[in-house]
Design a protein. Structure first.
Length: 158
């Protein structure tokens, strides 16, 4: 019988095709490398409806392939259930944070700790900028930030 995940994290950005699926894939790889994947429930979602049903941005997929990380996700929007089923909801910028705090205020028994993923960055870069209108280098920057933040987050939760 499979063990039930004891911890859960939802990564959130605006469209759920760039930053949050990268963070999700990076974190998934980290917990696999640490052999603790059975302890975690991991997903990502969007604050908006713009990209629902779409795969991650092709530039993000290329960046992840370059680093040998599997990315398999279809964009979805944050649901009411997410606020009381996830332990952590980690988002990428102040706009995401405002949207999530507003939505969580309408939820009774919100158990999720909602914060910026960047609060875990050892380099103290709070905001993970949206690379959508950028280039491959911007996706690489997001990847590197996500690696630092996710490693630090995992260490703090272990």
């Amino acid at each position: 019988m499979a063990a039930v995940a004891s911890k859960s994290v939802l990564f959130v950005c605006l469209g759920n095709i760039c930053r949050s699926p990268i963070a999700e894939a990076v974190f998934r790889k980290l917990v696999q490398d640490e052999s603790v994947e059975n302890q975690w429930r991991i997903d990502s979602a969007a604050t908006s409806t713009y990209e629902i049903g779409n795969p991650p941005d092709y530039r993000g997929q290329a960046c992840m392939r370059k680093h040998g990380i599997n990315m398999n996700h279809i964009a979805r929007q944050v649901t009411k259930d997410d606020f009381f089923t996830y332990d952590y909801i980690l988002c990428m910028d102040e706009s995401n944070l405002r949207d999530l705090k507003r939505k969580s205020g309408q939820i009774k028994n919100c158990k999720a700790k909602i914060e910026l993923l960047g609060t875990y960055d050892p380099q103290k870069l709070l905001i993970i900028e949206d690379p959508y209108y950028g280039n491959e280098e911007d996706f690489e920057t997001v990847y590197q930030q996500c690696v630092r933040c996710c490693k630090s987050f995992l260490e703090k939760c272990s």
